[in-house]
Design a protein around this ligand. Structure first.
Ligand SMILES: Nc1ncnc2c1ncn2[C@@H]1O[C@H](COP(=O)(O)OP(=O)(O)OP(=O)(O)O)[C@@H](O)[C@H]1O
Length: 253
């Protein structure tokens, strides 16, 4: 693993009496794509919210590129290069897909170019439109896109900011299966160019294709940190998804 881009130290979070995360600890190397898995309600989105500054932990700390993110608002965290997407992305009503992509860049150069004329930033936005199969809808209001297309646009917008760490919340939900394979290729290509990734996802095929490592949460605790191919051999993981008795049969078979 290359130097850590993100370190989560002893993260805990509760909503009232409901403990959602307990002593969660992990690192992500600058060259990694890490899957964040777990059954429904295991705490994945809560952890992603904490990592990206949309929620505060009750205890513990997130370090990004060696610096604490404690108290930093999400927009500042994004400006530092830690960007996330959402399960249900919302899009502006009055901007087309092309305008949304041209406007978004971490240093604001894209926004400037969208007023002053085409530059290399616009070329970069147009390239993303092609790569994410958004050319046929580039002229439409971003808010009018289908759920899957909004998902693709939100990932393209996040990549447009040239992040160091991209956190993706269920990137394939609503996306056509053919495009999922393309998404794997694209995300791997961006990873090779220096974008580390943390990916919450239920599609195990997608995870196996994309991720070098997986962290599995169950009831707010990390129960596995391993290569995707090792998941089906891990009794705690099988138990978390299928129940204890099935797990024993499966792992001893
Ligand atoms: N704002 C909140 N207030 C109260 N409880 C919450 C809040 N956010 C999350 N929870 C609870 O925390 C637990 C974990 O939720 P979370 O959304 O993190 O799970 P998840 O692993 O992302 O689930 P899924 O795979 O279904 O999206 C759930 O029991 C949920 O009800």
């Amino acid at each position: 693993m290359a130097e850590a881009v993100l370190t989560a130290e002893h993260i805990a979070k509760a909503f009232g009496a409901h403990k959602v995360l307990s002593d969660v600890r992990f690192c992500i190397g600058a060259d990694e794509i890490v899957g964040l898995l777990g059954p429904n309600g295991s705490g994945k989105s809560t952890l992603l919210n904490i990592v990206s500054g949309f929620s505060r932990p009750d205890a513990g700390e997130i370090l990004f590129l060696g610096k604490s993110l404690a108290g930093m608002p999400s927009h500042k965290i994004a400006r530092h290069g830690l960007v996330r997407t959402f399960q249900l992305p919302s899009m502006p009503h009055r901007m087309t897909v092309r305008e949304v992509l041209r406007a978004g860049s971490r240093d604001g150069a894209g926004l400037l170019n969208s007023f002053t004329g085409k530059g290399s930033e616009d070329a970069n936005a147009d390239e993303l439109i092609e790569q994410f199969a958004l050319a046929p809808v580039a002229h439409l209001p971003a808010s009018s896109l289908s759920g899957g297309q909004k998902k693709l646009l939100s990932i393209a917008v996040a990549l447009r900011t040239r992040p160091k760490l991209l956190c993706l919340d269920e990137p394939t939900a609503g996306v056509h299966p053919q495009l999922r394979g393309r998404m794997v290729e694209l995300l791997k290509a961006f990873n090779k160019r220096g974008v580390a990734m943390l990916v919450v996802e239920h599609d195990m095929h997608f995870i196996r294709e994309l991720c070098g490592r997986c962290i599995v949460l169950d009831r707010g605790e990390i129960i596995a940190d391993c290569a995707p191919r090792e998941l089906t051999e891990n009794e705690r993981v099988v138990e978390a998804y299928l129940g204890k008795s099935v797990a024993r049969q499966k792992v001893s078979a």
